[in-house]
Design a protein around this ligand. Structure first.
Ligand SMILES: [Zn+2]
Ligand SMILES: [Zn+2]
Length: 344
């Protein structure tokens, strides 16, 4: 991770969480290995061992990729555009001394700003952000697969042990205690992480983040949802062969740069009948002409929609990326000031 501020105590302490997570994974793995490795001569058991190890390896790769990939640092020359809303200008990080792009937040554990920050995960001792969100989601996916596999395949062994203990009325010895404890921990993990995975999958498919969900202030309520497919591709990239692998390559990278975000078009232009489109465009033209008249009257001030849909005052000498994108031709954002024409 690129350090833009000094290391914090919380970040150093986070390494112990990582060691703890690895110990839990190791003990669950050992329990399964002890039971199934002696039975490897059975081809079915061997097939299970191989399949389990493929998923286990993928899980471990996702774990390290999520932990070691930089979630996204603010580019050094990032600033605000002349004419950007006051809300954007106010998003200045006093700790990192940078203007924060949309969806960027300062993490107190990492002690720096993180692009498209979702949350700081203590188990990987890293923030989940723009560049490692895919790995984090895949990690949850493979953890779920592995914990369910362990719960299912160790169940006969566990029930035998419990029956034996019940019949002999003996207290479990240390290795039995460890085995029962590990199995219980595995089941608790699988239940908790299923809920966690469902929550994060829902956020990913709606192009939202944990921080945005928690933020009750209306200011941050920008809807970035572009539909399930586009939202999925935004995180997992365009190449379906890489979706479930902890690799990115050129075609598996998240879409965009994590700095500039566009909001979806609310309507499909092709769905609008031509006469309605003409009517709408002529009314937009009228509005634009009216606005021009007003501008020439006031000379000093003009208005344009900002990314939050509100109206903000600009000096005449403004530059606004959305206005530039949208003028004359539909851009990514649908606003009332945009002329619509069907796709060629
Ligand atoms: Zn910061
Ligand atoms: Zn963090």
């Amino acid at each position: 991770m690129v350090r833009t501020s000094p290391l914090t105590f919380r970040k150093v302490l986070g390494n112990f969480f990582v060691v703890f997570a690895l110990t839990v994974i190791g003990s669950i793995y050992t329990s399964l290995f002890k039971v199934y490795w002696p039975l490897k001569s059975d081809p079915k058991i061997m097939a299970f061992i191989i399949t389990f190890h493929i998923f286990f390896l993928l899980m471990m790769l996702c774990f390290f990729k999520a932990m070691l990939t930089d979630p996204g640092v603010v580019p050094p020359l990032w600033g605000f555009y002349m004419g950007d809303s006051e809300t954007k200008r106010r998003r200045y990080c006093l700790m990192c001394h940078v203007f924060k792009p949309e969806r960027c937040h300062h993490c107190s554990a990492c002690n720096r700003c993180v692009l498209n920050m979702d949350h700081h995960c203590p188990w990987i001792n890293n923030c989940v952000g723009f560049y490692n969100r895919k790995y984090f989601l895949l990690l949850l996916f493979y953890v779920n697969i592995n914990t369910y596999t362990v719960a299912l395949f160790l169940f006969p062994q566990i029930s035998n042990e419990l029956c034996l203990l019940y019949q002999t009325k003996h207290m479990p010895n240390s290795s039995q205690t460890l085995f029962l404890g590990t199995y219980t921990l595995n089941c608790m993990l699988s239940m908790t992480l299923t809920i966690f995975f469902k929550f994060h999958l829902k956020l990913a498919l709606s192009n939202s983040t944990t921080i945005e969900t928690m933020d009750k202030k209306a200011v941050s309520k920008v809807n970035y949802n572009k539909g399930v497919n586009k939202n999925w591709e935004q995180i997992f990239g365009k190449n379906p062969w890489l979706w479930f692998l902890p690799l990115t390559g050129d075609s598996g990278k998240p879409i965009g740069d994590g700095v500039v975000w566009t909001v979806p078009i609310n309507i499909e232009i092709d769905d609008i009948p031509e006469d309605e489109l003409e009517k709408r465009n002529s009314s937009v033209m009228n509005d634009m002409n009216k606005k021009k008249d007003e501008e020439s009257k006031s000379k000093e001030i003009s208005t344009a929609p900002d990314s939050l849909g509100s109206r903000t005052e600009y000096t005449r000498n403004f530059y606004h990326p959305e206005v530039k994108q949208n003028s004359g031709r539909i851009g990514e954002k649908f606003t009332d000031d945009v002329l619509l024409s069907p796709e060629p």
